[in-house]
Write a protein that binds this ligand. Structure first.
Ligand SMILES: Nc1ncnc2c1ncn2[C@@H]1O[C@H](COP(=O)(O)OP(=O)(O)OP(=O)(O)O)[C@@H](O)[C@H]1O
Ligand SMILES: Nc1ncnc2c1ncn2[C@@H]1O[C@H](COP(=O)(O)OP(=O)(O)OP(=O)(O)O)[C@@H](O)[C@H]1O
Ligand SMILES: [Mg+2]
Ligand SMILES: [Mg+2]
Lengths: 255, 255
């Protein structure tokens, strides 16, 4: 089983959208795909019609068990080969209550190891905060996907965040392969092209060749509670994520 | 001094943009205005050209002092009557390190009381996370402003979050007057009108009459490091925030 984490401390850059769209496409291609919602706000959980405040177990329960297990926590979606582990409100308390305890960064990695025969891919959606839930996702994943909006302010925090992320990981891993994905690209504004050029100059091969365009169908898909591949398979946003998936399945050495 | 907090656990809804734009307009009208950046990602700090990883004091230092004071932490901007207290990376550790300690929710309130003669308004920009920094902002403010995108998924988590916020506060205050502001309204999509109608039905008088439209000038202003009132005072986004400010300065009883 391959584990991908989708993270960025900046809010509203398309983390949940990227997780759901890539997972939907993997499932449509026949891969058994698990999504994990590590965000206490529960956007991914809500996308599939479950209210985060009605979830009693979910991801949070992993932090309460001696040996964390996902058994009994996986919810099937109406899409074949696609299921998810929901978030709950209590995830917002993990840092305050458990943050200082030993080994709290490896809970998700241990739980995912337990189900590695049942799934081909696990995609982990992160909250917009450098805390215990995100650290767990970074420690558990084989590759990190960082959606970034193509605008000036979003680039400022990116470099700093990537340094902080590798600092968090240093204790655990040599380096974590990461790929930056430019999202919500609006080809009508000059600033978007300037930001894209700056991203390419600074990150080179870590920047995905594919750019995700602005597409109102993403919001329509989320209203319908369906991944874009099931809701509007021919729209430009979906075609871009399909190309991105090709790139991710056949990476260049750096990524 | 009036204190307004701008918060929403959902990311990328326009919290920082709302803080900077309202503060810029207050300053343009001659009010001495202080912005406080409680987000460890430091978007507001970066907007005004300061790197959050180069900040040694800032908001985080309040959590380390016996009697928290903002003296020496306030940075002037190039706009008259407008200054700010920067965020630093260390804010991301507050929950893990200090969250369980008594009185950690009142640090900002005590520090702002210290400078209440120097400013007419203090606007506090919150991170997209229910944690100690946001709790401090809620405890210190007289009014809560909640920017919300006019799309279906953003409405799902709103009700739950408002309930959680008032639970956090119950121990401290009777109720906190809040106003919901619909942002990034795209008049070309039917879904936006449906979401706005749903907001009005569910929240009635708590919903601001003014709706903030999509406007590419916000990104241009952030590139220039200037509030919109200084960068493009006649653009439709600015006119909407001016109307919003009128509404906030002359509230209806519920808000
Ligand atoms: N390429 C796109 N074009 C248009 N809209 C998009 C695109 N990608 C995402 N969106 C919309 O932008 C909003 C924010 O996206 P999303 O919730 O996925 O971001 P996020 O990074 O997960 O946010 P958070 O920080 O709250 O977790 C949603 O309304 C989504 O439908
Ligand atoms: N009305 C608007 N029209 C167009 N773009 C907007 C509008 N309001 C905000 N934006 C843009 O949307 C992006 C997100 O806004 P902003 O950073 O203010 O959100 P936020 O809620 O503070 O995000 P975070 O959750 O990361 O703190 C920015 O690029 C900003 O310039
Ligand atoms: Mg999300
Ligand atoms: Mg912000």
């Amino acid at each position: 089983m391959k584990v991908w984490a989708i993270a960025n401390q900046k809010g509203g850059v398309g983390k949940t959208t990227t997780t759901v769209t890539l997972a939907g496409e993997l499932a449509a291609r026949g891969y058994r795909t698990l999504m994990v919602d590590m965000d206490p706000h529960g956007s991914l959980t809500g996308y599939f019609g479950v209210e985060a405040d009605k979830v009693s177990g979910g991801v949070f329960s992993l932090f309460q068990q001696e040996s964390p297990t996902l058994r009994g926590q996986v919810i099937a979606t109406c899409v074949e080969n696609l299921s998810f582990v929901p978030a709950s409100l209590a995830l917002a308390t993990v840092d305050r209550q458990l943050g200082a305890r030993e080994g709290m960064g490896l809970v998700l990695a241990r739980a995912l190891a337990d189900v590695r025969d049942q799934f081909d891919f696990a995609l982990v959606d992160c909250p917009p905060m450098l805390g215990v839930p995100m650290v767990n996702a970074l420690a558990a994943c084989h590759r990190l996907i960082v959606p970034v909006q193509t605008e000036h302010l979003a680039l400022q925090g990116l470099d700093r965040m990537l340094r902080t992320m590798s600092m968090i990981l240093k204790a655990g891993k040599p380096t974590l392969p990461y790929v930056i994905v430019a999202t919500m690209f609006d080809k009508r504004t000059k600033a978007a092209y300037q930001a894209l050029a700056a991203l390419h100059e600074q990150y080179g091969d870590h920047l995905a060749n594919v750019v995700i365009p602005v597409d109102t169908q993403f919001r329509e898909a989320s209203r319908a509670g369906l991944p874009l591949s099931a809701h509007a398979p021919r729209t430009r946003g979906m075609l871009a994520y399909r190309d991105l998936l090709e790139e991710l399945l056949n990476p260049t050495p750096v990524q």
